[in-house]
Design a protein around this ligand. Structure first.
Ligand code: PAF
Length: 171
């Protein structure tokens, strides 16, 4: 079934609240350019929840000055077509203003977790990841969030944020 695609916070809220009210809600966060790995996460989310929300947002905060944000691939129609096969109910595809509403002055710090391995040569990358992950968790309000294990440092940082900041979600 084709997922319900929304772009604003208000549309997301309406889609999440639309009857029938689901039991558990899962989120899978992505930056689009979806492939089989993402679809596997959506299927895993489907097994754990009654309503599956996929976010598609290319997050400028996690790109460094030498990384080409503008050239990151974006094809929403192709992504939505793939998600229809994997069982997503709602796709939240906001633009940058909708997410950040101006400058992101306050950010989440990954602390020492963001300074080693990949973070050692991408300063600020994991702060940007955690900031958007926390915002999307607040906006979607899921019971469970499903992340790939391929990016092990990201997963560890998300788990730590959820623990340290008492975010009420299962990872
Ligand atoms: O893994 C990704 O695609 C991104 O880092 C994420 C978690 C969607 C945050 O922008």
């Amino acid at each position: 079934m084709t997922p319900h695609v929304v772009h604003t916070r208000a549309e997301l809220r309406a889609a999440l609240d639309a009857p029938p009210r689901p039991g558990r809600r899962a989120v899978v966060m992505t930056m689009g350019a979806l492939h089989e790995g993402h679809l596997a996460l959506v299927r895993a989310a489907r097994e754990r929840a009654d309503q599956v929300v996929v976010t598609i947002f290319v997050n400028p905060l996690q790109f460094g000055p030498t990384e080409d944000l503008a050239r990151y691939p974006r094809d929403l129609a192709a992504d939505v077509a793939l998600l229809a096969t994997a069982g997503a109910d709602v796709v939240f595809a906001p633009d940058v203003d909708e997410v950040y509403r101006g400058e992101a002055v306050v950010r989440v710090s990954a602390g020492r977790l963001g300074e080693r391995l990949e973070g050692a040569h991408r300063p600020g990358h994991f702060d940007g990841v955690l900031t958007v992950v926390l915002k999307l968790l607040h906006l979607v309000a899921p019971d469970v969030a499903v992340f790939g294990q391929k990016d092990a440092q990201q997963l560890a940082a998300v788990r730590r944020m959820v623990h340290d900041l008492d975010v009420p979600v299962e990872i």
